[in-house]
Ligand binder design. Structure first.
Ligand SMILES: Cc1ncc(COP(=O)(O)O)c(C=O)c1O
Length: 339
């Protein structure tokens, strides 16, 4: 099977397993885990943000940012396809107590101009906007990225309006590679940033939440409130540190693989590319005539696993568990699939 369902399906590499095996660990709730502390310091250093916190998951990292910066009873602007809107079980409403305001934008990207009419200032009758959350790359839009001018405009607007800007950078390193920016440059435009270690970077679990020192101090409390305080987390932190040091520079390879898969989709009879060009490691294919399930089953039968992306689309995601031979073989199957 060639597993293109998600970049979360990766297994730790040999070097990563060795790093985990040799990791020093302590009780992280007491802030005594040296590997966690090292990972947090290293992440702050490479993002240029004041501090960072090791989180069990990307969902909890986003939720924590929304909990603190969204400020209960207020509104958070995001794209309708964003993960916080689609795939976090309404936790922004249920737990953080914020109202998500979906604002459309081409290819999953929201712009300063597009969100301006939706920003609500304090008045006696309405909730008001406290935060804008952007997703980079935009997963369900097809792994699309924000360019620097778009980030600059969003920063300018949110500063003018006195509201916060959060980036769900579950795949920020993919975005950085594709946009020709460093993660540090992207981080410079936002107040808080989520980075996932367990997606394209290949660690078994964990995400980082980054921001100012005061924000991270509060985030540590919120993480505990959500049940996310971890004890000997150093084994996972060591995997994360290894991923940050060894697995970011290879992401261009995943992007090339995704373009090959994208080309196969374009040449197929059953589907077409939902977002062109393919920018990073995600390919969304719109499905013609047949159901999503029928396409997924037919591909599976031939040894290719893909995932659903709504009613009439399937998603392919490339990652470090796949080599060029597997990609070429899968492309041939995708291209010639006849259903
Ligand atoms: C864009 C985006 N944000 C957040 C998450 C949540 O990450 P986790 O699965 O670690 O909770 C995901 C997971 O797929 C994602 O794609």
């Amino acid at each position: 099977m060639t597993d293109l369902r998600s970049d979360t399906v990766t297994q730790p590499t040999e070097g990563m397993l060795k790093a985990m095996f040799e990791a020093a660990s302590g009780d992280d709730v007491y802030q005594e885990d040296p590997s966690v502390n090292e990972l947090q310091e290293y992440t702050a250093q490479i993002t240029g943000m004041e501090a960072s916190l090791f989180m069990p998951s990307g969902c909890m990292a986003n939720l924590t940012a929304l909990y603190i910066l969204g400020r209960r009873g207020n509104e958070v602007i995001c794209h309708p396809l964003s993960h916080i809107m689609q795939h976090e079980l309404a936790s922004p409403a249920v737990i953080a107590g914020v109202l998500l305001t979906p604002v459309p934008g081409e290819r999953g990207i929201i712009t300063a101009e597009g969100i301006m009419p939706f920003i609500r200032r304090p008045d006696p009758l309405s909730s008001h906007t406290s935060l804008v959350s952007i997703e980079n790359t935009a997963n369900m839009a097809g792994g699309t990225c924000y360019d620097e001018p778009a980030l600059q405009e969003l920063r300018k607007l949110t500063e003018q309006e006195g509201i916060y800007l959060h980036m769900d950078g579950a795949r920020a390193f993919n975005a950085a590679e594709a946009a020709g920016l460093s993660v540090g440059q992207m981080a410079g435009y936002v107040d808080s940033l989520t980075l996932c270690l367990s997606k394209g970077l290949g660690a078994p679990a964990g995400s980082m939440l980054c921001g100012k020192k005061e924000f991270i101090k509060e985030a540590r409390r919120v993480r505990k409130l959500l049940g996310g305080g971890m004890r000997q987390a150093g084994y996972y932190a060591a995997a994360g540190l290894y991923a940050l040091k060894h697995h970011t520079r290879r992401l261009a390879e995943d992007h090339l693989h995704a373009r090959i898969i994208g080309e196969a989709v374009s040449q197929s009879s059953w589907g077409s590319l939902a977002a062109e060009p393919v920018e990073t490691n995600i390919v969304i294919a719109s499905v013609h005539r047949k159901s999503t399930e029928a396409v997924l089953q037919a591909l599976k039968h031939l040894g290719v696993l893909a995932g659903p992306a709504g009613r009439n689309a399937v998603r392919f995601v490339t990652h470090l568990g796949l080599d060029r031979g597997m990609i070429d073989q899968a492309s041939e199957i995708i291209k010639t699939l006849n259903i």
